[in-house]
Design a binder for this molecule. Sequence first.
Ligand code: FES
Length: 119
Amino acid sequence: MAVTIAPNQAIEVEMTEFLVIDREGNSHEVEGAEGASFMEAIRDAGIDEMLALCGGCLSCATCHVYVEEAAIGRLPAMSAEEDDLLDGSDHRTLLSRLACQIFLSAELSGLRIALAPED
Ligand code: FES
């Protein structure tokens, strides 16, 4: 079935805000549409330390971030592929995730994440 949208019909997009700490320790308030990856929202905010070289194809690990400890249990489980990629980092910790594999949602609003050092 085709969906028709009138030219002046507003489309509601829920936004999620979160905080990013860059490698110099500066904080950035970032906002992105629910369903987008944290990597996309960080990159779209102009934080160029987020290299994301593979564009989210789960092959580079240049989107490595640390998630605040209190929130780590609220994130979806890590896939074996994400786990394998993070194993290649010298900077992996228990708080490590790949930002292209976690997605904005109301439940994660206010999340604090820090960019991991470059490998
Ligand atoms: S952007 Fe390459 S693994 Fe996330």
